[in-house]
Design a protein around this ligand. Structure first.
Ligand SMILES: [Cu+2]
Length: 502
């Protein structure tokens, strides 16, 4: 019996111990089992109260999917809600018709309807979430893991992070926009991705009393992304939360994952939060980041790593031979509020952990990005097209790409086969994690300085004139959304599309 078989036997035992982090991989066999995924509701207990949230689950209640490289991703997705819905496969690069953006890739699935997807998945730590209204805030998100090497002698521990509120997300957005926009988003029944959003949102500005109707007028001066009259001071957060979750649990009752003393863990961290970036804190352990957004990088050693909304981090951890308990914390940027999980060797004593970190952590920035070097970069090639894009904001919580909010954008026109270089220039006082569908890009410059950076699908663009340049190959024909992965920024306009035909 080899060591890796022993490890797998160990994992099988661990699977009964913890729900999500010891997901048993599908057995390798010629015929792949049918994969059924259901969009539905679940009940969690959060801070002692029952919370009804959304979920994407298999019949055995497993949240999301874990495959091995080489397997197809062929879920039958069924909608058990009593309203239309659809799921996007974040990090995957399927044909556009399977990308899961309502009304752009396909019509939402009607209540009770199902749809058969089938494509070759991209290996790595990815995830699935709603692109429909504000449902992501109600936890319509799950892991989508494609293990790079099923024979690797390491234990996969998947951690999906989230921010949780008891409030109706439509009400939150309505408050942020000063009354405008709520009707568009209410109950998630109208997709925020609808290409026909009104050019000026209805409602009045609760802060200044100005009528939103004249927004078009003062947008003219916003071309450079200036803040205008927006009463938004420099700050990290728009939304206050009631809890932060790691695999649906708070630190008051964390997931405890059984690990092997002397064993190796591959942490697969997914930031599924809607408006919270975290600093990952490995506590006593030092780890090695080996992949970001599912793409291998030259290992970066450390104890604390930033992860913005939409991003993933794969971190290798060597569990000390002496065993013990090893919490992995995710601390809300700029604050001390935290969530996390606990890795524990058999028999280790579990102690209660505070939901507050020792001290507030720093805001996330490019501190990790600047150290990352892609193991499989884009082929060297001069860009065929260079695009400069301003990330901007205007009054009444209106977020923009260049001088437009989603709904009155023309798609970014590129040509099939081009190498496209795109620079995000952030003229706002908030960080924006920018995400492009259907492609992975390479980070090629940070604040104007060239780097041979990571391959990614979501990149932090720091506040206050931060600038990040990415390059991608236009090799997946279609129309793909490009947006900020702060759900409220996206819902308030920070989205456009990239379009090209054959
Ligand atoms: Cu944003």
């Amino acid at each position: 019996m080899t060591y890796s078989i022993t490890r797998r036997g160990f994992l099988a035992a661990g699977a009964t111990f913890t729900a999500l982090s010891a997901l048993p991989a599908f057995p390798l066999r010629a015929a792949q089992p049918t994969l059924n995924l259901t969009i539905g509701t679940r009940t969690l207990e959060i801070n002692g109260k029952a919370a009804t949230v959304f979920g994407i689950t298999q019949p055995n209640t497993m949240s999301g999917v874990m495959l091995n490289a080489g397997q197809r991703f062929a879920p039958r997705l069924s909608n058990s809600l009593n309203e239309p819905h659809l799921i996007h496969w974040h990090g995957q690069t399927p044909p556009m018709t399977q990308d899961g953006v309502p009304d752009l890739s396909q019509q939402p699935l009607a209540a009770g309807a199902s749809f058969q997807y089938d494509f070759t998945p991209r290996p790595g730590t990815h995830w699935m979430h709603s692109h429909h209204g504000l449902a992501e805030q109600r936890l319509m998100a799950a892991p989508l893991i494609v293990r790079e090497d099923a024979a690797a002698d390491e234990q996969d521990v998947v951690v999906l992070l989230h921010d949780f509120t008891w409030r109706d997300p439509a009400e939150i957005l309505s408050e942020l926009t000063g009354g405008g926009g709520a009707h568009d988003m209410h109950g998630g029944s109208a997709p925020s991705t609808q290409p026909s959003l009104p050019q000026s949102m209805p409602g009045s500005n609760a802060h200044s009393g100005h009528d939103m109707g004249n927004m078009g007028g003062d947008m003219g001066g916003m071309g450079g992304g200036m803040m205008g009259a927006m009463d938004m001071m420099s700050h990290l957060h728009d939304v206050e939360y009631d809890a932060y979750l790691a695999n649906d649990r708070t630190l008051a009752d964390p997931e405890i994952t059984l690990v092997e003393a002397g064993g190796r863990v591959r942490l697969r961290l997914i930031n599924g939060a809607t408006a919270t970036a975290f600093q990952i804190d490995l506590g006593a352990l030092e780890g090695r980041v080996i992949a970001v957004d599912g793409n291998a990088v030259q290992p970066v050693q450390g104890r604390r790593f930033p992860i913005a909304m939409g991003q993933r981090l794969d971190i290798l951890l060597d569990i000390p031979k002496g065993g013990g308990t090893f919490p992995v914390f995710a601390v809300r940027e700029g604050e001390a509020a935290r969530t996390g999980i606990v890795l524990a060797t058999p028999g280790a004593k579990i102690v209660k952990l505070s939901e507050a970190h020792d001290s507030a952590v720093a805001a996330v920035g490019l501190e990790l990005e600047s150290q990352l070097i892609a193991l499989n970069p884009l082929k060297q090639r001069a860009p065929d097209r260079r695009i400069e894009m301003a990330l901007g904001a205007a009054s009444n919580y209106r977020w923009m790409l260049d001088d437009r909010s989603f709904g009155n954008h023309a798609p970014l026109a590129v040509r099939s086969g081009e190498r496209v270089q795109l620079t995000f220039n952030n003229f706002t006082p908030m960080m924006h994690p920018m995400h492009l569908h259907g492609h992975h890009f390479q980070v090629v410059a940070l604040n104007g300085a060239p780097v041979n950076g990571a391959m990614r699908d979501t990149v932090i663009v720091p506040a206050h004139m931060g600038s990040v340049t990415i390059a991608f190959d236009a090799d997946n024909i279609g129309e793909w959304v490009l947006h900020c992965h702060n759900l409220y920024h996206m819902a308030a306009g920070m989205m456009t599309t990239v379009r090209y035909a054959a």
